[in-house]
Ligand binder design. Structure first.
Ligand SMILES: *Cc1c(COP(=O)(O)O)cnc(C)c1O
Length: 380
């Protein structure tokens, strides 16, 4: 049975897995303690639950539990990483390298740091969305403290070559930060083999609750130090104060455990469905894929539909199929996507593009329905 509307906007947020909700519920009511209350059993229960969640989160990315800082989400983690590094190291090194197609949480944090006196290089991308590694290496200076490159792009799904980037960062004794919000839980991410020093991710992009995320901060080889941006009770080793969101963190932990066990299966399923959708739509004249077709997340497809206004199309499908023209953060403004513009698309082509974001709960019936609806609109 097909249930409408169909949700194909899993890069904006994912539905929460019912198993995650089940794990969270007792922590709203029965086990409501403050994880920082060390004098009674209510506090100990909460602390124990956070400890377990921290292990589950760390295990998914091959980190140590004490390298995980819980935050309110990836926006906060991005701000904490960039501003925290700037504040810690700016007396000696204040040059940052990032990329024009990063998430706004990274770009706007970098613009803020620019006002504070940092020097920022915004690298362009090639027309497949990937950065040029030679250009990256050439832009490193003696004052470069951090390279910030996202793992997977939220609009086109393109995967930057993180291992090669980290090798370049190491060679020049520079730190590597990656916003991996779209990658963690979808594809294997390993902070050791990938050589990442700081990394952001968020529960609600991987079937967990909204309002909770993490920043991974490497503790050895090298030991990375950042200055906290929220002062208070000294929670999270003094890097991020504030009473911990225990139910959210428990849900995040459960979501990570589920992804660790099921990500391979989810990726295989979404890749087959994504390819089916894409291959059907590519048969229509004037349809093109945006971004590198191989180096890409398995669950995303960003397509341009020549001579078609994506906003109008979404409006006509809106009651049946939930889609997006790009990131949720910019879709309110009806501006052409800056990510697609960075790939070299014209305003017109960028405004003719749609992002299909599949997920764990997407079914073949939904993809077949979507294909036929789009074909009706496009071929008529
Ligand atoms: C969603 C997203 C964010 C923001 O995450 P929140 O947890 O919603 O703050 C940051 N970066 C990328 C790449 C994202 O996809």
């Amino acid at each position: 049975m097909l249930h409408l509307p169909i949700y194909l906007d899993n890069n904006a947020t994912t539905p929460m897995d019912p198993r995650v909700l089940e794990a969270m519920i007792p922590f709203f009511t029965k086990y409501f303690g403050n994880a920082a209350s060390s004098s009674h059993t209510f506090g100990w229960q909460a602390e124990e639950a956070v400890k377990k969640a921290r292990e589950q989160v760390a295990a998914l990315i091959n980190a140590e539990p004490n390298e995980i800082i819980f935050t309110s989400g990836a926006t906060e983690s991005d701000n904490l990483a960039l501003k925290g590094i700037f504040e810690m190291y700016s007396a000696k090194e204040n040059h940052f390298i990032t990329v024009k197609t990063e998430h706004k949480a990274v770009l706007d944090s970098c613009l803020h740091l620019e006002k504070m006196g940092a020097e920022i290089t915004f690298l362009p991308v090639k027309n497949d969305g990937l950065i040029d590694l030679t250009q990256l290496e050439n832009s490193i200076k003696p004052t470069t403290v951090l390279i910030s490159v996202m793992y997977a792009n939220n609009e086109i799904g393109v995967l930057q070559p993180i291992k090669e980037i980290s090798a370049i960062a190491k060679k020049h004794d520079t730190l590597l930060f990656s916003d991996a919000t779209q990658a963690v839980g979808k594809i294997p991410v390993d902070v050791i083999t990938d050589g990442i020093d700081l990394m952001s991710f968020s529960a609600h992009k991987m079937y967990g609750p909204k309002g909770v995320g993490a920043l991974y901060v490497r503790r050895k080889n090298p030991r990375v130090r950042i200055t906290g941006q929220i002062d208070g009770g000294g929670h999270e080793r003094g890097i991020r104060s504030g009473t911990l969101n225990v139910p959210g963190i428990v849900g995040f932990g459960k979501a990570c455990e589920l992804c660790r066990n099921e990500m391979k299966k989810d990726a295989e399923k979404t890749r087959i469905l994504r390819d089916k959708l894409e291959n059907e739509l590519l048969k229509i004249k004037g349809v093109e894929i945006n971004g590198n077709r191989q180096q890409r997340l398995p669950n995303v497809s960003n397509l341009s539909f020549k001579n078609l206004n994506a906003a109008d199309l979404m409006r006509s499908l809106g009651q049946k199929i939930a889609l997006s023209s790009g990131s949720a953060c910019t879709s309110a403004t009806h501006q052409p996507s800056f990510v697609l513009k960075a790939l070299g698309l014209s305003d017109e082509m960028a405004l003719s593009s749609l992002r299909f974001g599949l997920g764990r709960f997407t079914t073949e019936e939904e993809i077949d329905f979507t294909t036929s609806q789009l074909r009706d609109v496009l071929v008529s």
